[in-house]
Design a protein around this ligand. Structure first.
Ligand SMILES: [Fe+2]
Length: 188
């Protein structure tokens, strides 16, 4: 059992740990309000949704370090949460604004243990449907697979191994998220 695995099993909000030590956990990132202004860059950069898994929404990359403070904040949050020595470096950050009916096709960001992918949610749900706009993913277990569904609310953060297959169910109302990918440099 690796140090990563042992450490993750101690986090009470860890959703799932699968083969190759892939993991998913959910938490609340209360500083999210400081970063709501990042969505003001919506018209500054090209909408790249057509070349991604995003449907019925706009997606753009931050290209001028607008995300730097947030990335550092999240990096420290992850290190504190995981409570083990992990060196990660920011790789890329993008924003998505889903329109009602917007959804994300199943995809992954990297091979297992190469990246940590973070989804930070800024919007409030307008329905009581469990799957409305929810992030879902598939964790490979020794014997088969398990599905996780991650409900959303402002400040909700989902942190997962970049190798986890995931997507989002259609949202019933506008939903804003920021996604941050970090490279795992070293785990000790
Ligand atoms: Fe993703």
């Amino acid at each position: 059992m690796s140090v990563l695995y042992e450490s993750l099993t101690k986090i009470k909000d860890t959703k799932n740990i699968g083969k190759n030590n892939t993991f998913v956990f959910e938490s609340f990132f209360d500083s999210y309000t400081k970063y709501e202004s990042l969505f003001e860059t919506v018209n500054k950069y090209p909408d790249i949704s057509n070349s991604t898994s995003t449907n019925n929404g706009v997606q753009w990359n931050f290209q001028n370090n607008e995300d730097k403070k947030l990335a550092l904040d999240i990096k420290n949050f992850i290190k504190k949460k995981l409570n083990y020595d992990v060196d990660i470096s920011q790789r890329e950050t993008w924003a998505i604004i889903y329109q009602p009916g917007g959804w994300q096709a199943l995809h992954y960001h990297s091979v297992p243990n190469e990246r940590i992918s973070v989804v930070l949610n800024f919007s409030k749900k307008t329905s009581t449907s469990h799957s409305d706009g929810a992030l879902y993913g598939i964790v490979e277990k020794e014997k088969g697979i398990e599905l996780f569904i991650s409900d959303y609310y402002p400040g909700k953060i989902t942190i997962m191994d970049g190798g986890i297959l995931h997507g989002s169910y259609p949202t019933m109302s506008e939903r804003k998220i920021i996604v941050l990918d970090f490279l795992i440099d070293k785990i000790s």
